[in-house]
Design a protein around this ligand. Sequence first.
Ligand code: MN
Length: 728
Amino acid sequence: MISVEERYNQLEATIKEYLPAADTERIRAAFEFARKAHGNQLRKDGSEFVTHPLAAAEIVAEIGMDDDSICAALLHDCIEDTDATFEDIENLFGSDVAGIVEGVTKLTRVTYTSAEEEQMENFRKMLFAMAQDIRVILIKLADRLHNTRTMEYVEPEKQREKALETMEMYAPIAHRLGMQRLKWELEDLSIRYLDPAACTEILEGLKQRHVEDEAFLESIRNRLSERLSEYGISCQITGRIKHLYSIYRKMFSENLLLSEILDLHAFRIIVSDIADCYNVLGHIHELYRPIPGCFNDYIGTPKPNMYQSLHTNVIGNDGIPFEVQIRTWDMHHTAEYGIAAHWKYKEGKSGKVADEEKFAWVRRLLETQQDSDAQEFMQALKVDMFADEVFVFTPRGDVVNLPIGSTPIDFAYSIHSEVGNTMTGAMVNSRMVPYTHVLNNGDIVKILTSNASKGPNRNWLDIVKSPEARNKIRLWFKKEKREENVIHGKLSFESALRHADISIEEATQYEMFMKVLARLSFGNSEEMYAAIGYGGITATKVIHSIQEELRHVAKIKRTDDEIVDKTKKIAKKKREPHGITVEGSENCLIKFARCCSPIPGDPIIGFITKGFGVSVHRQDCHNYLESQNEPESEQGRWVRVFWEKTDNNLYSTVIDVQVIDRVGIVVDVASVLNSLNVIITSFNARVESGEDTHMTIVVEVNNRDELVSAMAKIMTVQGVTDVRRADG
Ligand code: MN
């Protein structure tokens, strides 16, 4: 075992190699700081604790990251596990390093409890959202990799738990960031804890055929190498057995024995330029028979995580298939280290990279990705750049996903309506907070409830951010507080009216108001007030409807019939029997002549029709007057009739009105009749010439006096030039 000191020196040498300008004094200071801070803490395997951050820093250096990252890796457990504070680290190593360490600490505090796929996806997103700097994720991955490598000293139950978490959380993240090497190692290590029996079987099997496999790899490698050097292509060729987890997956997904898996062998050829990639491919296809449909050009179409290579599957001379990956060194770096590789190139060229530039690159990467995975990758990464969601925890560790800016009230309602409705307080990260407290990623939120709670407060509607919470609060007010809603709603309504400069009388004119209610689907005004009260509709919206209706009434000229319909409905009186006595006969059928429409008070005369009883005319009806010239025999059909004394009978008659047209005159005439409770059953207006207009109004009245006063009133309307009874 080499000493901690020696290991550190090796690390420094590695960094110097890829980052000659690295500030090794600062890195050493970080190492010493961590070593001192962790003091005599020990790892589970008994080694000095600082070996862990040191190992994490080694991984970070292997990835090729900047010196801030190295320092942060060395310090990554200081805030969590020692007395050191954010401020200490900030003072000594700058805010970047302190920020990264703090980010890693936050991620460390997150624990995963649910293995549901949706929850996992939320968790992954959350990690990105929480890690504002992508370096936080990379260091967290390095931390996890070292912990996984050294997991044999951990209790078995913890092993399984951590391995599962690695498999479900960290390996997919490494994959998305294109860090294949890390991903494979995490998977290969974890699967041993998750399915030890199967892994032992695979490893034993591989051990037994080891010699054979090596010989096969060797022979193919030699043949390839000979051929390529013959053609002057300089390259590196490696052959290997596929990864444990990839074999495991294949055996279990296709239900195969190890001996039944044919393509266990894989070769990688790394060349200096893209042209050589295709050259090499040509040679391989000449040497070995390609398996149809097994060629992929990820150079032309890179994978969403930036992976580029040519893949081909061919069959060796002895019938054993194998895979070949061909790529340039650049591509190889990207394949192994993904996002970190790119980060490193930038760093090497131009020193410190501005955040914006880093993100610009990620954005470009995302924009150029076309295939279906790209969308998923985009979503995963986008949360840390275009965040519109916040991820918080229940005390049980479930992740709840809310719109950014959400409060404990939003959280409570997202758990359950009842939790929101009985909420009496909230704790975030074990501290009491006000209801207006804005939640942050990773917060653990606990809602205090009580059955004695008075329920939500109306001002919560202004506090909450999620539509879900808003709807649930409204629903509560709708159900629980009807009376209060009505009062509250009426007040809001009246205040909004004042605001709109409409008088209450004007707004609540019976018919117009009824129409507004109907249009807004309310049965009566109380229902509407209640709805305003609980927030189901805004007072402003109601006022808009009223304004619209008022405007509508004002230009009703072309919709006479509507007025008629409305006015028709008022003061509905019951139609009684006809109220006519015919001289010399009882119970005979009576009808009122349409030509002159007599009403009580009119002098009348009856005409015995053929088969239709007695038709009653006014004595001044032209039909009656004209009949005087007819033969005696016909005259005998006229009989005397009398009005009975009745109060309630309604009689239909017709008024002719001559007007000079103007805007609103129809409304005015109708309103006059309306105000006298005269029922209009028909209302027609037609322009005769220029502005001269003739109105024919059919009304129902009790008697002549009523009619006369109605006519007198119509005469007072501005623009009316003549009013008379229609004489048939
Ligand atoms: Mn750690």
